[in-house]
Design a protein around this ligand. Structure first.
Ligand code: PNS
Length: 164
């Protein structure tokens, strides 16, 4: 059985993430979307909130499981008998960092192969931080995140401005 993990901050999940999730779910028997800690970022949503967003948008993909882990991805990988790490690449600017991380993970755990999926052309400019910035100023985020979580994001960011 192939068991892939797709680790990320998902702060919050965007349409770009969801597109990668759907494609990876088609490629592997099981896909764990893993809410993880990026030490270089401060999260706006708690791990539980981010998992709830993911649960809402992935409820209809039967082989997807949502989990969270506060540690090294390779430790989760080993403990849970995973076979592949999935990452999305939006642009060359993502590549250097992701390439480095894939090599570090493989060094720490030689079985940990990373598979990169190229984001579709509509998601190349999309990021969670951009979504949060638009939402913070009351802009329209409906083209960037799944409809099921638009209101949750506005409520949680406590904006009283229009939802676009
Ligand atoms: O969505 P992001 O913020 O680009 O995801 C980055 C993430 C969370 C996947 C990365 O920071 C990560 O793997 N964090 C866990 C710690 C770890 O295993 N780091 C890799 C070895 S340096």
């Amino acid at each position: 059985m192939t068991k892939a993990i797709y680790p990320g901050s998902f702060d919050p999940v965007t349409n770009g993430h969801l597109e990668i999730i759907k494609r990876a779910a088609d490629m592997f028997d099981k896909l764990v979307v893993l809410v993880s800690v990026n030490p270089n970022k401060t999260s706006s949503f708690s791990a539980e909130e981010r998992m709830n967003f993911l649960r809402k948008v992935c409820y209809d993909i039967p082989n997807v499981e949502i989990d969270s882990f506060d540690g090294l991805i390779v430790d989760y990988f080993r403990k849970n008998d995973c076979t592949v790490i999935v990452k999305g690449l939006r642009a060359m600017s993502d590549f250097e960092y992701e390439f480095q991380m894939a090599h570090v993970n493989k060094h720490l755990c030689p079985k940990a192969e990373t598979v990169f999926l190229c984001a579709d052309s509509q998601s190349t400019y999309l990021s969670s931080s951009m979504v949060k910035q638009i939402a913070a100023f009351g802009g329209d985020i409906s083209a960037f995140v799944p409809a099921a979580i638009v209101d949750d994001i506005f409520e949680r960011l406590d904006t009283t401005k229009q939802k676009g």
